[in-house]
Design a protein around this ligand. Structure first.
Ligand SMILES: CC(C)(COP(=O)(O)OP(=O)(O)OC[C@H]1O[C@@H](n2cnc3c(N)ncnc32)[C@H](O)[C@@H]1OP(=O)(O)O)[C@@H](O)C(=O)NCCC(=O)NCCS
Length: 164
């Protein structure tokens, strides 16, 4: 498994990991699959700011097994030193240390950027994600009760914060 920076051509591979979660899981509050063009735009936008790196985990056959990224916390300029981080691993690749390796690469990159706070929103329950975030220095600061509705059910979201 190779961990490397994402390129524009990874749009399809990232979507192959993420879109099934959109369709089948409350882990993301997106509800419509992302097109390849939409994912390319996303990669292009994030690539303009060193605070917003994207890393992928690539298997031996070149398939994308997971990705991690930082993105703007909020588009308003005074929020620019805060980012939201995210990590998604394909079901056949979980529990093999891939999330940990992706987050290690991500936070090494962020250490050299002008980032003061990172936030992660974790839909409950998600013990694996909570453990991963705590391992990388995040603290659980709050839970937003039933803040989202997906598949006809309300879901609560844990806010995690990491200070740099
Ligand atoms: C959450 C997720 C990113 C973790 O990635 P992963 O590659 O499976 O995790 P890793 O194998 O790197 O393990 C990371 C840590 O979490 C711990 N962990 C894994 N599963 C766990 C579980 N069910 N309960 C508690 N801890 C768990 C591991 O022990 C490990 O800690 P350690 O290195 O100290 O032992 C991955 O499972 C995933 O993508 N899940 C579905 C999508 C999702 O929920 N994404 C997060 C959205 S916020």
């Amino acid at each position: 498994m190779k961990i490397r920076r994402a390129a524009g051509d990874d749009a399809g591979g990232i979507n192959a990991v993420y879109n099934p979660f959109i369709l089948d899981s409350p882990a993301t509050f997106e509800t419509e699959p992302i097109s390849e063009a939409g994912r390319r735009d996303w990669l292009d936008r994030l690539s303009r700011d060193p605070r917003h790196p994207v890393f992928v985990a690539e298997g031996e056959g070149g398939e994308i097994c997971g990705f991690a990224n930082a993105a703007p916390f909020d588009p308003r300029p005074a929020y620019c030193t805060s980012v939201k981080t995210s990590v998604f691993i394909a079901p056949n690749c979980v529990d093999q240390g891939v999330g940990r390796r992706l987050y290690r690469a991500l936070f090494e990159a962020l250490a050299g950027a002008d980032v003061h706070r990172a936030y992660a929103l974790v839909v409950t329950p998600n013990p694996a994600s909570a453990a991963l975030h705590k391992a990388f220095g995040f603290t659980h600061i709050s839970t937003l009760d039933e803040v989202g509705r997906k598949f006809g059910r309300y879901h609560s979201v844990m806010w995690f914060e990491k200070r740099f």
